[in-house]
Write a protein that binds this ligand. Structure first.
Ligand SMILES: [Zn+2]
Length: 172
């Protein structure tokens, strides 16, 4: 079983491979990585210059591969969902999308850490986790980069236990 990590734009290879490593370490699945150069117009709002999260996920849901656990798209463009001005990440049961657009820092380590946090939270949700009260937990909600930088990329004991229970059922 594996998680499919796909970039629809020219996301930096180093970042994509670093995300793949983080996902493997955090969720324990193999990760496959793929690039699709052209952004798909159906999911893009040209006026807002943002991708529409629901449509990205809709598109992902049409792609089926044997033994696929989750599909995660990484975008370097901005992303929104519903009435929200923007979202960092968005997911349903199997498919999710994360935008790196608002996570940028000139310090690469910090930039990558932010992407890992959004990826872990977004994938965590697809595995049934909810927002968490523990400020250090990656499932703790955040509304700014300052909040995001204050939390860890890992799960608190409560969320980790819950996640492991879900994952162990999946891998049976
Ligand atoms: Zn937690």
């Amino acid at each position: 079983m594996y998680i499919y990590l796909v970039s629809f734009e020219n996301t930096e290879k180093r970042l994509l491979f670093a995300v793949a490593k983080n996902v493997k370490e955090t969720f324990g699945f193999d990760v496959r990585v793929s690039w699709v150069a052209a952004p798909f117009k159906y999911a893009y709002n040209a006026q807002r210059k943002q991708y529409i999260a629901e449509r990205v996920v809709d598109y992902l849901s049409t792609l089926n591969y044997p033994r696929l656990v989750r599909m995660l798209a990484i975008l370097s463009s901005d992303l929104y969902a519903g009435d929200l001005e923007f979202v960092f990440g968005f997911g349903t049961k199997r498919d999710a999308v994360v935008s790196t657009f608002r996570l940028w820092s000139t310090e690469e380590r910090l930039f990558f850490e932010r992407v890992f946090k959004v990826v872990n939270l977004t994938l965590g949700k697809t595995f049934g986790l909810d927002y968490c009260k523990d400020h250090k937990c990656v499932m703790h909600p955040y509304f700014s980069l300052t909040d995001m930088d204050a939390k860890a990329k890992s799960f608190c004991t409560y969320c980790k236990t819950k996640l492991e229970a879900t994952l162990s059922q999946l891998t049976l």
